[in-house]
Design a protein around this ligand. Structure first.
Ligand SMILES: Cc1cc2nc3c(=O)[nH]c(=O)nc-3n(C[C@H](O)[C@H](O)[C@H](O)COP(=O)(O)O)c2cc1C
Length: 497
């Protein structure tokens, strides 16, 4: 099978027959035959992919069938319509819409008449920077079809809080205001977050209505129990806003084929980020250019999904993210010790640029010198390189190994080869490879471009994106992989029972 259109041109681009035969460790005559027949054996296609990629040669045009390195696309925005009906917990939903807005959701909000007794369209507009819809009949011509337009092609329609009245109305197909018309005219998934007095919730009318709605495919976030605004105790409280946010985000990710089964708030993530600093003496140190931005972005994006995040960071100049557990360290040894303390997690991501070595001063008699005081420049001494602990290897080969161990590889050449070698040697589940070059400086930058390589050596290449967008790509791959392993383990359990 020939996957390349023009083999002679391809070989020319790679430096000619001699050079390609050396690179692929084959005879020059073999390469000449490929040129003559304009055909390459299937077993060499991946290797050629890698060579082209490493030389930054435009390979897209070379393929008839571009299968070995798949481009990964930036996550598209989620479109969500939030209908706020007239319950006492309306004010809490303002925080929810602010969260959607902050997280770049494409959000629209509709208020019922009763909801406007509790909150105003103006507050909504000031939170999402967009018009808030309230009227079925509008004096503005272009708004006269909002009951249809707003109903269409949303990733999700969320009704929160959803009143007993609204539940009753939509069960019976009543369409007497903008919100209920939208529900009737919708072609999107609808999620209800009911909230009401415990007696209203427990009333057979409400429960029967909900049964019917569930049969019709509506989804529900069940209310929590507790003391209500009216002072009564029981079921009917709106779930916490971060619960609704995690629930809906998970739902949307899953819908786009990007997610993980189960409750992500249970997922424990351990991330290392930033450089390490290896002390030479109390004043000097050896370090590297890592800014910590990619690792921090990963931590923040995981947190948004409701995961429990521990971030172990070397010294950086960027703002600390508001994670569950933020631990600052200096050296590789300190980082290792904190990783040991926090190894009990589901996913370990090593994005830190851990210094490979530290410098140990020796005198000319080859005796280790103390570095507790400042070393003087006229002292007769030299430095030996002492290898630092290999943190990711420690985690990967540990008895308490997390389900997934994911590494990063920053290389200036032979990117895929070196990253794949690291993946295999350290028994990682996935590696994120960065080619460090002029066009992709990575360190300290806001943007990044990555290759994601898995254990089966599938390679996916991203566009140049912000580090937060890159974090989302990594997270979606990670969660998919986690889901696969989780499902596999559960099947195994079923078989053994
Ligand atoms: C102070 C107050 C608080 C209310 N809270 C709730 C509530 O939490 N849940 C509910 O279902 N109804 C509640 N109601 C009743 C609804 O506002 C009422 O049923 C209204 O018709 C709902 O209209 P809508 O469904 O069109 O928004 C409350 C009423 C008042 C006066």
């Amino acid at each position: 099978m020939n996957n390349f259109k023009n083999i002679p041109e391809l070989i020319f681009k790679l430096g000619g027959t001699g050079s390609v035969s050396k690179l692929l460790k084959t005879n020059p005559s073999t390469i000449s035959n490929w040129k003559k027949n304009n055909k390459i054996p299937k077993s060499y296609i991946n290797k050629l992919d890698i060579l082209l990629r490493e030389r930054n040669l435009n390979i897209c045009n070379e393929y008839e069938d571009n299968t070995s390195i798949t481009p990964i696309k930036k996550k598209s925005k989620f479109s969500i319509l939030v209908i706020i009906s007239g319950g006492v917990s309306c004010y809490k939903v303002l925080e929810l819409i602010r969260l959607y807005y902050k997280n770049d959701f494409d959000i629209e909000v509709v208020l019922t008449k009763s909801a406007q007794k509790f909150i105003t369209p103006l507050i909504v507009t000031s939170l999402i920077n967009k018009k808030c819809f309230t009227e079925l009949f509008s004096s503005e011509e272009e708004e006269n079809m909002n009951h249809i337009n707003l109903a269409r092609n949303k990733d999700l329609i969320l009704v929160a809080p959803c009143t007993a009245n609204f539940i009753a109305k939509i069960t019976h197909g009543i369409a007497d205001d903008l919100a209920s018309n939208i529900i009737l005219a919708s072609n999107s998934k609808i999620l209800l977050a009911p909230s009401m007095n415990p007696y209203m919730w427990g009333n057979k009318a409400t429960q029967d209505n909900l049964k019917i709605l569930k049969q019709r495919g509506f989804d529900l976030i069940f209310p929590n129990s507790g003391i209500m605004a009216c002072g009564e105790n029981g079921a009917g409280r709106l779930p916490e806003i971060n619960e609704i946010f995690s629930f809906t985000t998970n739902y949307l990710l899953k819908k786009k084929g990007m997610c993980y089964i189960g409750n992500q708030s249970q997922l424990k993530i351990l991330i290392t980020a930033g450089p390490t600093q290896e002390k030479i003496d109390p004043i000097r140190y050896v370090s590297n250019n890592s800014s910590g931005k990619q690792g921090y972005a990963l931590a923040e994006e995981f947190l948004k999904l409701g995961a429990h995040v521990t971030l172990i960071s070397g010294p950086t100049n960027i703002n600390k993210p508001n994670v569950n557990n933020f631990i600052e360290v200096l050296s590789a040894e300190e980082m290792l010790s904190q990783v040991e303390n926090n190894i009990d997690c589901d996913i370990f991501i090593s994005s830190a640029a851990v210094c490979d070595w530290k410098l140990i001063p020796y005198n000319l008699k080859d005796k280790k010198m103390s570095n507790n005081d400042k070393l003087k420049k006229n002292e007769d001494m030299f430095f030996k390189l002492e290898t630092n602990p290999d943190i990711i290897k420690y985690v990967s080969k540990n008895k308490k190994r997390p389900t997934l161990v994911i590494g990063f590889a920053a290389e200036t050449k032979n990117l895929i080869q070196n990253a794949t070698k690291k993946l295999e040697e350290k028994q990682l589940d996935m590696i994120i490879a960065n080619l460090i070059e002029k066009e992709n400086a990575v360190f300290g930058e806001e943007y990044n471009k990555i290759f994601i390589i898995d254990k089966q050596c599938n390679i996916q290449e991203s566009e140049k994106l912000t580090k937060h967008e890159i974090a989302n790509l990594i997270i979606s791959k990670t969660l998919k992989l986690h889901e696969e392993i989780y499902a596999k383990n559960n099947n195994r359990k079923n078989i053994t029972i």
